[in-house]
Design a protein around this ligand. Structure first.
Ligand SMILES: C[S@@+](CC[C@H](N)C(=O)[O-])C[C@H]1O[C@@H](n2cnc3c(N)ncnc32)[C@H](O)[C@@H]1O
Length: 385
């Protein structure tokens, strides 16, 4: 059974999967990635009074919003990787909003071939129209879901859905008990429909923008094999705990390895976030002193700075308030003291500690809790399905 949950950049994950025997293995790949609304996908933490997001992800969102062709180029790279991962009779399903779906469709036509477009379905996500930008015309209450087959072979629908406007699969406002408060979480009923249309029990499916993990939760219910990933540390923890609530225990595979001593980040100072200049910061180190596991953070201000939200989007602009950011960081430093670790998981031969931002630090048991070198990805993806 394949149940692989990755945390990291999906470009790297999909490339590694191709190199590790997963080419032509997927029956369905579902992309519910960013919609280029410019909204920062940060996670609220009422306890700390800040929203969490890694500065590299935040900058990427801003850059793509300010330069939309970058946004489409990034997707196109991933469409080409998805095409390699899909079986001949595989299907790629891409969800997007009214703002970018036309550009995304052109990129899909280029990557998959226009003749392989199967259909567009419309998901009604709310009763009332919403307006993301405060303009007269930008009211909408639907998202588009595009289906492409990999090759020009007949792809049978597994269930008979003949209507193209879906107002019968739940809405954002109807999540009720399913609601995890993860931004843009999809209803299980919507995902169930997509999976039932495209995959049979035992097939392998992939969701490389898994967010709160709705796809894998439904995949489990349908007896499908799955691979999922998200770049956001909190999203992956949420997916893991949703699976655990459903009685499925998985170990997250982190691309961020412990042997990395420095992390590349955008330059952030009183002038704002630089969109072009990057610098390197030291990654905290995990140590065990007298049986107690501690994180050594050499520069707490810097570490916090690169893990919290910095900008607010107001209409078409990003607002940056350095004084407020500094105040928040000072507050966090006082509040946590040197208690950076929030959770330690026992995973058999090693322990995994997570800091308050979700960053993982691996401690090997057999070697006296020494930090393990090497990529966990290589270790895990050793057998092909
Ligand atoms: C719209 S949300 C997905 C919601 C999900 N379908 C659900 O039901 O919860 C998009 C997700 O894509 C993730 N993401 C954005 N860029 C990514 C990348 N390059 N690699 C991996 N994940 C990415 C974000 O962190 C976010 O969780």
């Amino acid at each position: 059974m394949d149940k692989l949950l990755f945390c990291g950049e999906n470009l790297t994950i999909m490339t590694d999967l191709i190199e590790n025997g997963y080419e032509n293995k997927f029956k369905l790949i579902y992309f519910d990635g960013p919609f280029n609304s410019g909204r920062i996908f940060a996670i609220e933490t009422p306890e700390l009074g800040v929203n969490l997001i890694q500065s590299t992800n935040e900058l990427e969102t801003m850059n793509q919003y300010l330069n939309p062709s970058l946004y489409v180029d990034e997707y196109k790279k991933r469409f080409l990787l998805a095409k390699k991962l899909l079986r001949e009779d595989g299907v790629l399903v891409v969800q997007n909003s009214n703002k970018e779906v036309h550009a995304i469709k052109i990129a899909l036509d280029e990557a998959f071939g226009r003749k392989n477009f199967l259909n567009e379905y419309i998901w009604k996500f709310a009763n009332e129209s919403s307006s993301l930008d405060h303009t007269e015309y930008n009211h909408h209450n639907h998202e588009a879901i595009l289906f492409y087959r990999n090759t020009f072979t007949e792809v049978k629908k597994k269930i008979n859905i003949n209507h193209t406007v879906w107002d019968d699969v739940g809405m954002y406002e109807e999540l009720f008990l399913e609601n995890t408060n993860y931004p843009s979480q999809k209803p299980e009923k919507l995902i169930r429909r997509i999976l039932e249309m495209t995959a049979n029990k035992g097939d392998l499916i992939g969701d490389f923008y898994c967010g709160s993990g709705t796809t894998v939760v439904v995949a489990e219910k349908l007896g499908l094999n799955w691979v999922a990933s998200d770049i956001n540390l909190q999203a992956v923890s949420l997916t893991k705990s949703r699976l655990s609530n459903a009685g499925v225990e998985v170990e997250v595979i982190f691309l961020e390895t412990d042997d990395i001593a420095v992390i590349k980040v955008p330059v952030i100072d009183k002038n704002g976030i630089s969109t072009t200049m990057t610098t390197e910061i030291e990654k905290p180190k995990i140590v065990e002193i007298d049986g107690e596991i501690k994180l050594i953070v050499s520069n707490p201000f810097e570490w916090i700075l690169h893990n919290i939200q910095h900008v607010e989007k107001k209409d078409e602009e990003y607002i940056f308030d350095w004084t407020n950011i500094c105040k928040k960081i000072d507050y966090i430093i006082k509040k946590i003291g040197d208690d950076w670790i929030i959770r330690i998981e026992d995973n058999g031969n090693h322990r995994l500690a997570h800091d308050i931002f979700g960053h993982p630090y691996k401690l090997m048991k057999s070697s006296g809790y020494e930090i393990q070198n090497g990529s966990p990805l290589e270790l895990r993806v050793e057998s092909s399905p």
